[in-house]
Design a protein around this ligand. Structure first.
Ligand SMILES: *Cc1c(COP(=O)(O)O)cnc(C)c1O
Length: 415
């Protein structure tokens, strides 16, 4: 019998094998038929330290035996309080409030709703959202609306709300001028992935551009939303990518690595001004109208607390630096090959295009995926963009296996 499972971002008609994974440790997944697969993409950008970090696994088990779930409207619990206090401590001082949800997409939805609520409650209703070209912010309707339009969301296009799109900074001055003009025309907020546009093709841009964009928003009072769902938790070399640009956002979205990648959880941090715009001693209509059933689930919060303890107590920064150095060396070794275009690294992320152009539905994509699967490597190119973004626990030998597979892909498919 065929499986009833309908997989995400999967064309079932192509009949690609769907391996069943039984267990994992560090950067290695073990399938039910006993194959050891190196996870070179952190199971879609979530696993930071490594799979099944013992401290996170223990925290989950312990919390599950203590308090599994509790309504979070009007109730609280220790892990949620602890994580919120620690997040406020480790992020810029201007971010004083923490709103929980359960995925990157919902963290973005919450950010947009906070921004609109802020303007409405100040008596200056604004609705226009500015976005950066090629962005990705999630797959719910609101998150798709602020992301790039294209093959991913064409069927839903009529339902997506209108936004102002600022060109990706190939020409930095053109980007800054467009943002300045759009802010002057009036906008509620600008949402951006700091330094790396992930799903848009691992596109990088300079910290100076990020800080100039932030300054333009500040000058015009347009709220600046940093979506660090992918870039957070050390991926770009620092805890947050914004740090490298000295940028303090008005709203910050975090998810993916928040629990070390073990269980779903997200947060949207805001400034005191945004929280205060929703505060009233008399008017219940000003409260923030958002919740989901599992908001601040205690088991997920316990996993996040363990992740934060790992960041405090283990040499995570050192592991990231070492991994970043190895990634640079591996990329440098293939960078001179004719088919390798635009080789680039930032922190633990390395990427390049195989052959000319950049095309998500390039028929090279599935052939590359099959190539890596044959070699027991989890590498999932974005079209012809090959990237490596491993868990920090990956060993030098495992990483070398990944890059050997990439070298063979260049031999086989590079033109
Ligand atoms: C993955 C991602 C999201 C969506 O997160 P989900 O948990 O998949 O909903 C949002 N923004 C960015 C930048 C992402 O990379």
């Amino acid at each position: 019998m065929t499986s009833p499972v309908w997989h995400p971002f999967t064309q079932h008609g192509l009949g690609e094998p769907i391996p069943m994974v039984a267990s994992a440790a560090g950067a290695v997944l073990t399938t039910v038929d006993g194959r050891a697969v190196v996870d070179a993409i952190s199971s879609w950008w979530v696993t930071t330290h490594g799979h099944n970090h013992p401290r996170i696994a223990a925290a989950i088990a312990d919390q599950a035996g203590r308090l599994d779930q509790i309504i979070f409207a009007g109730w609280t619990h220790q892990p949620a309080e602890e994580v919120a206090a620690e997040l406020v401590r480790i992020t810029p001082p201007a971010l004083t409030r923490v709103f929980y949800s359960d995925s990157g997409s919902t963290a973005v939805e919450v950010a947009l709703k906070m921004a609109l609520g802020y303007w409405l409650n100040r008596g200056d209703p604004r609705h226009r959202i500015l976005v950066l070209e090629h962005s990705y912010h999630g797959d719910t309707i609101g998150a798709m609306s602020v992301g790039a339009r294209g093959v991913f969301n064409r069927p839903y296009a009529p339902l997506l709300f209108d936004v102002g799109t600022i060109p990706y900074p190939t020409d930095v001055q053109a980007t800054l001028d467009a943002l300045e003009a759009a802010c002057r025309a009036g906008a509620a907020a600008f949402i951006v992935e700091p330094l790396v546009l992930g799903a848009g093709g691992m596109l990088f841009y300079a910290p100076e551009t990020l800080s100039e964009m932030r300054a333009i928003c500040a000058r015009h009072g347009v709220l600046f939303i940093a979506d660090e769902v992918m870039t957070g938790w050390g991926r770009t070399g620092t805890l947050l990518a914004c740090e490298q640009a000295g940028v303090v956002p008005d709203i910050l979205c975090l998810s993916k690595g928040l629990t070390g990648g073990a269980v779903p959880l997200a947060v949207t941090l805001s400034t005191e001004a945004i929280f205060q715009a929703h505060w009233s001693e008399t008017d219940r209509a000003r409260q923030f109208f958002h919740s989901s059933s599992y908001t601040a689930n205690p088991i997920a919060c316990a996993a996040a607390a363990a992740n934060l303890a790992i960041w405090r107590e283990e040499p995570v920064g050192q592991r990231i630096d070492t991994l970043a150095e190895r990634q640079r060396a591996h990329l440098a070794a293939i960078a001179g090959r004719a088919a390798v275009r635009n080789p680039r690294t930032l922190g633990t992320i390395a990427a390049f295009e195989l052959g000319a152009g950049q095309d998500y539905l390039s028929d090279l994509g599935p052939r590359l995926q099959a190539h890596f699967r044959e070699r027991d490597l989890l590498v999932r190119p974005l079209g012809n963009t090959i990237y490596v973004m491993p868990p920090y626990a990956i060993t030098p030998e495992e990483l070398a296996r990944v890059w050997d597979g990439i070298g063979e892909a260049i031999d086989r498919f590079g033109r």
